[in-house]
Design a protein around this ligand. Structure first.
Ligand SMILES: [Zn+2]
Length: 274
């Protein structure tokens, strides 16, 4: 059996093994995160470390079905730039960079690509990357965040109302995966400026999209309350995310790629490209 069916890390394969992986139509996963301040108690790598850890576990449990690319460790972050260490990538650059990755993967013949995001501000950008990949290649590209798959589980165990940033949820996951890198003695609670329709770090429950410079409304860089975080909560959240994504992998691998029907009576000008 080819190593392509047991190795789930994309760049651990040789090019002949990649040919085997293409023949098996493994789903290719691209994790995206950020290098960004996460309060005084967590390292800068939270978004990329948590997201990549979830994706690699999906690979470990389904090595015959997926290949996990090296993650994109930087994202849209200028709103955090007042906090030392944060790295910002312009949204146009991020979209172009990720699209170059998905198009390369599609070029080789992988028909299904999944972007799994771990940094909220990348959300609208990966949606566009997935859509542009579908429109510009013969492959299908899907975009999601691993947060989505653990929401139900978080509802059962959460002790704090806010799910945002360096909070109970992210801190619990980090405690589960690498407790030695979390400084719980420095964990503090903080909140954003809230109106009826708008908040300064508009989480999805607000109808108006808005994100202010964080240097305007917080001195800690935390949005939420990390203090009740535990490794056991993190374990349950991690399991929920991995289990949900494994189901998604099966659904996407089954998803058909149909021939497009052309409804023009006379030939369309198909040489035009946008
Ligand atoms: Zn985060």
């Amino acid at each position: 059996m080819s190593k392509a069916m047991t190795e789930y890390r994309y760049n651990r394969l040789t090019w002949p093994e990649i040919n085997d992986a293409i023949a098996a139509q493994k789903l290719v996963i691209l994790p995206t995160g950020s290098t960004e301040q996460h309060g005084p108690h967590l390292p800068l790598d939270v978004d990329v470390f948590l997201c990549e850890s979830v994706c690699l576990e999906v690979g470990r449990r389904a090595p015959d079905k997926v290949l996990v690319l090296p993650p994109v460790a930087y994202g849209l972050n200028l709103h955090h730039i007042d906090f030392p260490g944060t790295i910002h990538i312009e949204p146009e650059v991020f979209i172009a960079f990720c699209l170059n990755i998905t198009k390369s993967v599609a070029y080789h013949g992988f028909q299904k690509i999944l972007i799994v995001n771990g940094h909220g501000s990348n959300g609208p950008l990966i949606d566009l990357v997935a859509r542009k990949t579908v429109l510009e290649t013969p492959s299908l590209c899907f975009a999601t965040t691993y947060f989505w798959f653990l929401l139900d589980e978080f509802q059962k165990i959460r002790e704090t109302p806010v799910m945002a940033h360096a909070d109970e949820f992210e801190t619990s996951l980090y405690l589960y995966l690498a407790a030695d890198r979390v400084q719980m003695d420095k964990a503090v609670e903080d909140n954003d400026r809230m109106g009826k329709y708008v908040s300064s770090d508009s989480t999805p429950n607000y109808p108006v999209r808005f994100n202010d410079y964080w240097g305007r409304w917080t001195r800690t860089g935390v949005h939420g309350d990390p203090r009740p975080a535990t490794a056991e909560k993190g374990r349950r959240l991690f399991e929920a995310a991995v289990t949900g994504l494994l189901e998604l992998v099966d659904e996407l691998r089954r998803w058909p790629i149909e021939e497009r029907a052309d409804m023009h009576r006379l030939p369309a000008a198909k040489s035009i490209r946008w």
